[in-house]
Every structure is written in C-alpha cells, then in structure tokens.
Write a new protein. Structure first.
Length: 554
C-alpha cells in the first residue's frame, strides 16, 4: 500500500521566513527591484574586486566599499548600500535607513516576514537574502532575476551553524545547476531541495516540479523563495501546487510509487563519523545523510531507477570512498552493477582523509572551538581508518533508465580534474546524443567531420622527419586531449564529410598494407574502435546533413 505523501503548505514555520503575507512579498519584490538589488546591480555597486572577494565569502573589501557608499549623497546608491550591508554582510542597520531604502514594505514589514529583528531602532538580519539569476538564451528566453533567502552562512555569523541550517547558493549547488542537461520534461523531482535553487531552474524547462526535503525549515525557505519570485518563475501565488509540490520526508520516501522524467539532487553526501546513540538533531541536515561512510550516495544511486520513467534521467553530486588497494571507480561501479541503467560518473576531485576532515569541519565553523575541533578531527580519521579509506572522491553522476530493457548504451567512469567549460550540461547532453547516434548507426558507412573547437598539435625533436607526438585538443566542453597514432591522425585529417569511414579506412589500408605481417582485419577493427571513441568524446561528429537525414527517418 502506497503511503500518502506529506504535502508541505505551511507559510509560518518557526525559524524560517513567512510566506503567508502575499501583499508584503509583493511590496518587498517591488522595493528590491526599485533599488537594483540584482546580481548586476550589486556587482556594479561594489566593483569587480570587492564583488569577486564577496563571492569567495571574504567580506572585508565589500564592507569597506559599502560603508563609504552608504554615506553617499546619491539616494539610490545609499539605499542599495544599506541593503547590501544588511543582508549580504550581516551588518545591523538603523531602522530609519532601512525604511528609506525599502519604503513600501519598511522595516516593520520585513520583521513581520521574519527577515530581520528590530530592537532599539536597529535592524538585524535573521536570514541571508541575496540576488540570484542567470542570463537569457540567445533568443532572449530563459533568463531570470530572483532573490533567494537562506540561513546566514558561517562568514556572516559567530559560532557553529545550527544543525537544521538551510544552505544558501554554494559551490556544490551551482555545480549541479551547470551540470544538469536541460531538456523539456513533464514531471521533474528536486530531491533535497534546500533553499530551492534547483527547482528555480527546473521550472524554466519542466511543467511540474516536486521538491522534497527532510527539513521543514528548508521547505519553508523554498516556499518563501517561490512566492517571492512567483511572477519571474511563472507561478500563480494562489495556486502554487499547479506547478510545484513541496514534500516533507527522507530521500525517495515522499515520492514512492511515482515516476519522473528528470531527477536532480544535491544530496546530503558528506561522509561524517557516526556516533552511538546520536539522533537526527545531532546531524547537520543539509549535508549529513545519517548513514555510515558513503552509503547515502550508494543507496540513492541504487534506488533512483524506481522513480525514473522509461527514458528518464537523474543527475546528482556525490562523494565516494576509495579504499586501500582499489581504484576510485571500483566502489561506485559496484553500486550500479546489473542495475539496467545507463551510467556516467566523472570524478572531479580526490582528497585524503585529513583534507576532507578539514574542509567539512571548517564548513560548519566547527574549527572555532579548539577542543571540539581536535576531537572531531580525530573522529574523522578514526572513521576512515576503520574502513581502510585512503581517499575520498567527489564528482558528477548521470543515470538513465533505458526506454526498453537490455538497451544500456553508456557505462563510463572517468576522472577529469582540470578546468572545464561551464555550463557543462549542454556538452554532456551532446555526448549522450552521440552515444545514442552510435547505437543506432552503422559507423563504417557514416560520414564524419572534425568538430569546430578541435585543434591538432604535433611535437617532434629538432631534425626529426616525423613528429613523435600528435595530439588532438578540444577547446570547449570537457576539453579533452587525445594522443593519436600516425594512422589515426591521417584518418582525422580526411574527415571532411565527403568520404565514409569505410572509404577512408580503405585508403589508409592501401597506403599502409603490402607487407606480409600486415593484418587488414585487425587494422580495421582497431581503427573503427578508435574512431568510435573520437565520436563519443566529441572530436569527430556525424556530418550535419547525414545526422538530420537520420533524424527525419526516425
């Protein structure tokens, strides 16, 4: 029997901004827009250097600039400076200055929404409320200018973060945004929504989004953000459920028995030492899944097939343990063995246990108490040692449920730690399309061309007749480099769409053959395998005319 999911509709949750005052939300949005409290507006106010520092959570340059500008004689500049100092820098502001900066809602209205506290004529931020947005497509569609509320971050307040802390827009969340392949989908799932950032993007290319979280406060923040930005997100404030369903519960429990075309998740993947007798209140809900080791990511990856419709995809971030005597891909590949899913893991970073402990203890400001820091650090190292963990990997996960059984086309585990183009999602989507094209095409009969961003490098010692190293490099996407043999380099140079793969291979065979030890069958088999890899990686592409003809026939 399927359990009825707990739908979250609460507009007045303790410790979170209120979303049950629509008239105040409308006034707030109007006032923020009037003073250009936008990504571009704040960047222009602070200047390039101070704004860049602020994005690294270094607030001193912005404090200095905004303090000077808050005393400026230019009314709009002074107003924007006051609000930047109030919410981005968490500096208490005179109530009178806030009233002047946001005249429609005023400081009293902000207090009613739970965004500030007022005491003795001074306004103090209770939350971080910051502008967020993304640029429109080339045709002018798809852009957005939003405001996003979350809890104050570690650099904005003293002490350790509260355990039900609602994370703002951080590096992991923006990484997932940039990684997601944006295809139109009827029903999408944002698993572990936090402040709602993934949902905001999904609403621009999905008809309906279900957003889940184990934290009531997180869902309350998401609801506030959705209603504050309702016009920009094409939402009806009086009928939010028509496009968004907020569900309270752990992982996939709130959507048991349902199916989605797209699932995105920045799950609580941090590997944290578990203590005997600990409760959920002892964990940082935004990052700790409550299971030992990397089991939260493992269990989620294994169970996602249950909520994907045929052809549906899932994209998530995760950590995985790398144990002594193993390769990084051994553990994640074991999670999905015989799963029947298309699988693509890209490891972007690998650290040792000490680096991992330092990162996450600092993340929650647990390094501010020396005694606590020492005990927690030791607990991390003991926990990893108990499982012979030598390293921890971080990366991107893409999964797809095939349209029919026995149709798995992709199984890739690769490490790419150098800088790549962002957003990478469109390039990942193109790679999936190439894999599907290869599965439905006869490669020897295909006509290929070299991708526009590909260049060739040849290196040879002075005086040498032939190059010792030939490289193909991509200037876009995953920016791969491929080492070529002389034969494969000759093949690539002939890929202008005129000749088929079989014809080019035949010409090379005629050129290289003629000796007793030349094996024509092995040569072609090896060449076709290498050409296939060059297509998969995007160095070679199907000729556009051929690809369009195939699409029309399908």
């Amino acid at each position: 029997m399927t359990q009825t999911p707990e739908i979250f509709t609460e507009g007045n949750t303790d410790g979170a901004p209120r979303s049950d005052h629509p008239e105040l939300l409308a006034s707030l949005a109007s006032d923020l827009r009037a003073i250009s409290y936008t990504v571009d507006g704040v960047a222009e106010l602070l200047g390039e250097s101070a704004y860049a520092a602020l994005n690294r959570d270094q607030i001193i340059p912005a404090l200095l600039v905004s303090e000077r500008l808050s005393k400026s004689g230019v009314e709009t500049t002074r107003a924007l400076s006051v609000i930047v100092r109030l919410w981005l820098l968490a500096v208490p502001q005179p109530q009178s200055d806030v009233d002047i900066a946001l005249p429609t809602i005023g400081a009293q209205g902000l207090a009613r929404l739970g965004l500030i506290t007022l005491e003795a004529g001074v306004a103090t931020a209770k939350v971080d409320l910051r502008p967020y947005g993304w640029e429109a497509n080339a045709d002018g569609s798809g852009g957005a200018e939003l405001w996003v509320a979350s809890d104050l971050a570690a650099h904005q307040q003293a002490g350790v973060l509260r355990h039900d802390h609602v994370l703002g827009i951080g590096r992991a969340s923006t990484t997932l945004v940039q990684t997601t392949i944006r295809q139109h989908t009827h029903r999408a799932l944002d698993l572990g929504t936090g402040c709602g950032i993934q949902t905001f993007h999904l609403l621009h290319h999905c008809e309906h989004v279900t957003a889940t979280d184990i934290s009531e406060r997180a869902l309350a923040f998401t609801r506030f953000n959705l209603l504050l930005n309702a016009p920009e997100l094409d939402l009806d404030p009086n009928n939010l459920e028509a496009r968004v369903s907020l569900r309270l519960g752990s992982l996939l429990e709130p959507v048991a028995g349902e199916r989605f075309g797209l699932v995105v998740s920045n799950p609580p993947f941090v590997i944290t030492p578990r203590r005997a007798g600990e409760s959920m209140a002892d964990q940082f809900t935004y990052r700790d899944g409550g299971l030992p080791g990397d089991e939260i990511v493992a269990s989620l990856a294994r169970s996602l097939a249950d909520v994907l419709e045929p052809g549906g995809t899932a994209q998530m971030l995760g950590n995985w343990e790398i144990r002594k005597g193993t390769q990084w891909q051994d553990r994640p590949s074991s999670w999905l063995k015989d799963s029947g899913l298309d699988v693509w893991f890209i490891q972007r970073e690998q650290v040792n246990p000490e680096q991992y402990a330092e990162t996450w203890l600092q993340d929650a400001s647990e390094n501010r108490d020396r005694s606590h820091y020492q005990k927690s650090y030791a607990a991390y190292l003991d926990d990893f040692a108990s499982r012979d963990v030598e390293g921890i990997g971080f990366g991107m996960i893409w999964l797809r449920r095939p349209q029919t059984s026995n149709e798995v086309r992709i199984s890739r585990f690769e490490e790419i730690t150098y800088p790549i183009e962002q957003p990478i999602g469109p390039h990942l989507g193109a790679a999936v399309e190439r894999a599907d094209w290869l599965a439905g095409s006869t490669l020897p009969e295909a006509h290929l061309v070299v991708a526009e961003d590909v260049t060739e490098e040849r290196h040879q010692r002075p005086g040498a007749v032939h190059p010792g190293v030939i490289l193909l490099r991509q200037g876009a996407g995953l920016r791969r480099t491929n080492l070529l043999s002389t034969e494969l380099a000759g093949f690539v140079s002939a890929c202008d769409g005129e000749l088929s793969v079989r014809q080019i291979a035949g010409a090379l065979e005629a050129l290289l053959g003629g000796t007793d030890d030349f094996d024509s069958g092995s040569f072609r088999e090896g060449l076709f395998a290498e050409v296939r890899n060059l297509v998969l990686d995007g160095f070679l592409l199907p000729d556009s005319q051929e690809a369009s003809t195939q699409e029309e026939s399908v």
